[in-house]
Design a protein around this ligand. Structure first.
Ligand code: AMP
Ligand code: ZN
Length: 491
């Protein structure tokens, strides 16, 4: 098999590197997960679509993947540095609810989005509050050499490790863009390992520790769960680009302290760029913020958003617009129609056999021209996950015309979609018809009206036919006579 070597951009060295696993044949990946104080916005979900494509690519390359995604249910303050309140405590107080219920509710909401976006289940969903005793042990092991205690808790002294902030390329001197809000910190960049509950206060989530009753600092959890579940060094650590500035440099500092060396904890640190939205709808504090459910309520299939993410390189900023989402949806529909049409034409026994095989062994059964498209696809994903180019190769492979290519189209889809995850072999036209929440008409009503219209037209009763069409238009249904995709109507 001619598989191109996988090249990935390492934020630590700011360069493309060939992936070489720590443990032969394996890939161990840690992804910083959501803070479950609110619904994730679609920008957050871009981070997990990216991590999913990375995981799928590693599996496609034949590595045995162990992927960990954590759930942050404690410690993340309203400011990524050490100021503000714990996001979950704040939300629980505002809503006068039990903090554990808040965490459970938003974790489930996140998992619903994960499923809707066809993101594969990782080997472990590690929940921060399940690891508090391990966090205390970890902190104890670095406290003497690297930490100091203040009234408010235990702090990491960033001057005790070599090259603090090398990931962020930040200068570590005081005042470098950090606001020193905690009294007594030795350096502005020093950060909390343990936050003591202030005297006279009670938090809903608090534990006993050698530094008083309180809660762990946010950065600690990822160091601890990464070490416990994957071992240092593991292969790849991912997160959004904001984590390159504070959270990951702090994780690295903790890992260096724990390992008594310059080991950063992971060989490659990868960061997805942001999804941006100009009108502020991505802010969780805005009334109707951009959740995946909002897209669905407006009639978009969630995988149209996955398509939108795949159309951009993960390291580029991606601007959200409804027009852009609509274009991605049309592209998805087109692919679903082509693949569905081909699948329908494959001999049922052949289809059954193809679907039961490991896609990689089907490669030899591809037509020459399909094989060339596959090689292009493989080159694109191997080049730092260039999904935009991979999609073009995919469309080339499924766009081949003629009976001779039918089996190849299905095989190409099996292969390529195992990386892109658009679920093309399972989606049907009916699945893509998402009813906008505001729709005043149901699908059976539309189908019945169109049937009556067809009869009227057959009887050359054009007045009735036009009247039915106008009625449908008034209810938000666009009738699409002669649509090349056979998409007869849309809401
Ligand atoms: P949080 O729940 O705030 O901890 O964030 C979850 C993930 O989403 C992290 O990896 C963030 O870096 C990432 N993230 C936050 N905002 C965006 C955005 N607008 N676009 C892409 N990723 C984001
Ligand atoms: Zn993290």
């Amino acid at each position: 098999m001619t598989q191109a070597p996988l090249r990935l951009f390492n934020s630590l060295t700011r360069s493309l590197e060939t992936f070489t696993p720590v443990h032969a044949g394996e890939a161990r990946v840690y992804t910083c997960g959501p803070t479950v104080y609110n619904y994730p916005h679609i920008g957050n979900m871009r981070a997990y679509v990216f991590a999913d494509v990375l995981g799928r690519t590693l599996s496609w390359k034949g590595y045995k993947l162990t992927h960990v995604i954590n759930i942050t249910d404690v410690g993340h303050l309203t400011d990524d540095a050490d100021s503000g309140e714990d996001k979950l405590e704040k939300m629980a107080a505002e809503k006068a609810q039990d903090i554990w219920d808040i965490a459970r509710h938003y974790t489930q909401a996140y998992w619903d989005d994960v499923k809707a976006l066809n993101i594969r289940q990782p080997a472990h969903w590690s929940i921060a509050t399940d690891y508090v005793p391990q966090m205390i042990e970890f902190a104890k092991s670095i406290a003497e050499e690297h930490c100091y205690e203040l009234e408010s808790g235990l702090y990491f002294d960033t001057s005790t490790v070599k090259d603090y902030g090398r990931l962020a390329r930040a200068v570590t001197e005081d005042g470098e863009g950090r606001i020193d809000t905690v009294e007594g910190k030795r350096h502005a960049a020093d950060f909390a390992i343990w936050r003591k509950t202030p005297a006279g206060e009670k938090r809903q989530m608090e534990w006993d520790s050698p530094w008083g009753r309180g809660a762990p600092g946010w950065h600690l959890e990822c160091s601890v769960m990464g070490e416990k579940l994957l071992g240092f060094p593991f292969d790849i650590h991912t997160g959004g680009i904001d984590h390159r500035e504070i959270h990951h440099p702090n994780e690295i500092a903790q890992n260096q302290a724990f390992c008594h060396s310059d080991v950063s904890g992971a060989n490659i640190w990868m960061h997805n760029n942001f999804l941006v939205e100009r009108t502020g709808k991505m802010s969780k504090s805005s009334g109707e913020f951009l959740r995946l459910q909002l897209l669905i309520d407006k009639g978009y299939h969630p995988l149209a958003y996955r398509m939108m993410c795949l159309q951009a390189h993960y390291r580029s900023e991606l601007e959200f617009s409804w027009e852009g989402l609509q274009a991605a949806f049309v592209r998805l529909k087109r692919m679903v129609m082509i693949v569905g049409g081909s699948k329908f034409k494959v001999e049922p026994s052949v289809l059954k056999e193809l679907l039961s095989r490991d896609p990689l062994v089907l490669r030899d059964r591809l037509e020459q021209v399909s094989l060339r498209a596959l090689e292009k696809f493989e080159g694109a994903v191997s080049d730092d996950l260039n999904t935009a180019e991979a999609l073009v190769a995919f469309e080339e492979a499924i766009g081949l015309k003629g009976a001779a290519f039918i089996d190849s189209i299905v095989i190409s889809t099996l292969l390529m979609d195992s990386v892109l995850g658009l679920n093309l072999l399972n989606l049907s036209r009916a699945d893509l018809r998402i009813r906008p929440k505001s729709a005043a008409i149901t699908e059976p009503e539309i189908e019945a009206a169109l049937e009556r219209r067809k009869e009227a037209r057959a009887a050359k009763d054009f007045a009735t036919s036009d009247a039915i069409r106008d009625e449908l238009t008034a209810k938000g249904v666009e009738v699409m006579d002669g649509d090349p995709l056979g998409w007869d109507w849309k809401l």
